[in-house]
Ligand binder design. Structure first.
Ligand code: DC
Length: 448
């Protein structure tokens, strides 16, 4: 699997310089897609083919071998094995390439080539249609922008350094022409992808832009790392089962020292077969309470972010917590839940979605109801009451299993799901209140 950083933007925004430096510093392969179009333009010029001979240009592409290699932090562009890195930046190529890159067949072939160049590699690729067409699912998408005046100034300076003879007026005209060509191209036009991060570089130095881009890439890499760790399952070895037992016993002991724990209705958890335990969520400690005090192993469904914290990641792997990416339709997570139920395991879900979700005015989430209705699994509602303040009472109150087998369906309707989700939540609230009612008088006494 490759990691793709896609970067688009008009010419003169510093894409080339930024990608080159970042590639070196972050060990990514730099692919300058503009150079591929420039190679075609150069080959056409060398073969004296004009833009009016479109088919000849298209045929010419098939005879070309375009490649890039990294040498001492620089990208060397090879056309049929010849180093053309300098020649493709010349005035003639620069003014001819917008027309060449507008030919649909040329674009299709170049896009093909660009995708092949990235295969199996971690790349940073810059151009005009990378975020929208070449890699619409890139891991990171960035759009660099700057005013036309600022871009012209930069290009003029760059040309001077490279010994390219062009007046400032010529540079401005060239930039304007290229902007127009880039934005109005029929295929692969330069547009901002809706999910791209836009960076206006007008008043920023290269160093500042680079820093911003690097931060975006690093954040994504971290996210992917957490995901990778979260989704790695630990095999059920004897050692793991031992760890489960020891931790359960140890934590159970701690809970009993620090809280007055009362378990009610434990018999409502069937000794075997699939089951979904749904509880209220007031505190991080309540998930642990259910895992510890339910006789069977409960696999909780928890947000992926939990795996950012080392100890929670360790516990998550021991107790086979199923990670979920909240805010997206996490199909992988759903698949794992269904598989667990098929295997006759017990799932633990907080239908509130987040801590004190209902108290915060949220609605009961329909995930548990969906799984119950899809698989015909019974739901055991649980009310956990208590403040989890040290040495206070915590009641874990298991309710009677809720049986929805008669509504089992491959595609449960939204209204039915909501109704079931609300019913489950009502039961949870009722069970929580039952637990509270035995605590309340005591608390009242202590106040008075
Ligand atoms: O980035 P550059 O100036 O080297 O690009 C050269 C030309 O190629 C320019 O006219 C835009 C065009 N191009 C394109 O159409 N699509 C890309 N992905 C990259 C460049």
């Amino acid at each position: 699997m490759s990691f793709i950083v896609a970067m688009d933007g008009p010419s003169g925004t510093g894409k080339g310089t930024i990608t080159k430096q970042i590639a070196k510093e972050m060990k990514l392969t730099n692919i300058d897609t503009g150079a591929t179009y420039r190679c075609v333009a150069l080959a056409a010029l060398r073969n004296h083919i004009g833009i009016e001979e479109e088919q000849k240009i298209i045929d010419l592409v098939d005879t070309l071998s375009i490649d890039m290699k990294q040498e001492g932090g620089n990208t060397v562009v090879l056309l049929n094995g010849e180093d053309v890195s300098q020649e493709i930046r010349g005035k003639e190529v620069t003014s001819f390439v917008p027309q060449v890159s507008a030919i649909k067949e040329v674009r299709l072939k170049m896009v093909d080539l660009q995708r092949k160049m990235a295969e199996g590699k971690d790349v940073i690729m810059e151009g005009r249609d990378i975020t929208t067409y070449v890699f619409p699912k890139a891991d990171v998408k960035i759009y660099l922008d700057a005013t036309a005046e600022e871009r012209a100034k930069r290009r003029y300076k760059q040309n001077k350094e490279k010994g390219i003879e062009m007046s400032y007026e010529e540079v401005v005209e060239s930039i304007q022409k290229r902007d127009k060509a880039d934005k109005e191209r029929e295929m692969g036009a330069l547009i901002i992808a809706p999910d791209a991060v836009v960076i206006d570089t007008t008043n920023l130095s290269i160093k500042e832009v680079k820093q911003k881009v690097k931060e975006i890439i690093q954040k994504k890499q971290k996210e992917l790392k957490v995901k990778e760790i979260a989704y790695k399952e630990r095999p059920n070895t004897k050692w793991k089962l031992f760890e489960q037992k020891v931790i359960k016993a140890f934590m159970g002991g701690l809970y009993r020292i620090f809280y007055r724990v009362e378990i009610r209705g434990a018999e409502n958890v069937a000794q075997e077969g699939p089951l979904i335990i749904c509880a209220n969520h007031i505190n991080y400690l309540d998930a642990a309470a259910i895992v510890i005090f339910t006789k069977r192993k409960v696999r909780f469904i928890a947000k992926e972010d939990l795996y950012r914290i080392r100890i929670l990641s360790w516990l998550g792997h021991i107790f086979d917590v199923i990670p979920v990416n909240r805010g997206t339709q996490d199909i992988e997570s759903m698949k794992r839940c269904m598989k667990a139920l098929k295997n006759g395991e017990v799932l633990g879900i907080f239908p509130e979605g987040t801590r004190k979700g209902i108290a915060k005015g949220g609605k009961a989430k329909t995930g548990a109801a969906y799984m119950a209705l899809r698989t015909g699994t019974k739901v055991v509602p649980v009310g956990i009451s208590g403040s989890f303040k040290l040495f206070t009472k915590v009641v874990v109150n298991y309710g009677k299993p809720m049986d929805y087998t008669e509504y089992t369906s491959k595609s449960p309707e939204k209204e039915v799901l909501e109704k079931v989700a609300n019913e489950i939540m009502d039961q949870i609230v009722m069970l929580t209140n039952q637990g509270n009612s035995c605590i309340m008088p005591k608390e009242k006494n202590s106040i008075s």
